[in-house]
Design a protein around this ligand. Structure first.
Ligand SMILES: Nc1ncnc2c1ncn2[C@@H]1O[C@H](COP(=O)(O)OP(=O)(O)OP(=O)(O)O)[C@@H](O)[C@H]1O
Length: 231
């Protein structure tokens, strides 16, 4: 089995704060990796490092054996929902099309017929075609989350990275999102930050407990870790 993602001795430091400390991690193709850990423990920084959104202080990250800087389009990213200003007047289809924007955008970018076709297809896959012309702020939390997943899928990624995709969703909407992810996991590797310890047993193939470094990696969530590590 080949590696979808590999981190070797990765450190990320913000000014004086070390958020990720000398982390090494190998994620195999087809894994569903769940990252848990305390607030402020560096989980988001870890995935931002994978996405090339923060510079590495030390170490190396490869995506399918290639340096992370050559991974544009290979990773789909679903950020925390709070990233989006929900009052911003933008339609569902426009949000999904934005996922097709090239790494180096020109001033007047025109979406191609293929971009529109792909946006249509990912909306159909997630059963949200009927929402295409709605504004983002007209949607429920669960619908918004599906739109963000559709946007991430619009580049046909090999890895899908999600930052707490079910926060603030009710249990039925959570279940819908998890089931979508389970189906997607048949075709792609998934890396997801979650505070929902129910998730690991049913959906994740591996979990790590993270606080600046990996304190646990395995198949089960061990609650005693929270006590024994005093966090
Ligand atoms: N852009 C930044 N500049 C400076 N410090 C930052 C920046 N982003 C995060 N940090 C700091 O890095 C540490 C880790 O933050 P990070 O958001 O990665 O943690 P997290 O585990 O995702 O937290 P949460 O569960 O609350 O989302 C925190 O101390 C935070 O204040």
């Amino acid at each position: 089995m080949s590696l979808a993602l590999e981190l070797k001795n990765v450190t990320v430091q913000y000014q004086t704060d070390i958020a990720v400390k000398n982390v090494s991690l190998a994620v195999e193709e087809g894994e569903f990796l769940i990252i848990m850990g305390p607030n402020g423990g560096g989980k988001s920084t870890l995935i931002k490092a994978v996405l090339d959104l923060v510079p590495l202080t030390a170490g190396e990250i490869t995506i399918n054996g290639q340096n992370r800087q050559h991974s544009f389009g290979k990773i789909g990213y679903v950020p925390q929902q709070s990233y989006f200003d929900h009052k911003f007047p933008i339609t569902v289809k426009d949000v999904i099309l934005m996922g097709r924007l090239p790494a180096k955008m020109r001033w007047f970018h025109r979406y191609s017929a293929q971009d529109h076709e792909i946006a249509q297809r990912v909306m159909a896959d997630l059963n949200i075609e009927h929402l295409a012309h709605k504004n983002l702020d007209e949607l429920s939390g669960g619908q918004k989350q599906k739109v963000l997943i559709a946007r991430a899928l619009s580049t046909h990624p090999e890895i899908l990275v999600l930052d707490e995709p079910t926060t603030s969703l009710d249990p039925p909407s959570r279940l819908q999102i998890y089931n979508i992810l389970k189906t997607l996991n048949e075709k792609m590797t998934i890396v997801m930050i979650s505070h929902d310890d129910q998730t690991i047993s049913q959906y994740g193939s591996t979990m790590i407990y993270f606080n600046k470094r990996i304190l646990y990696k395995g198949k089960d969530f061990p609650p005693q870790l929270l006590v024994s590590t005093n966090i």
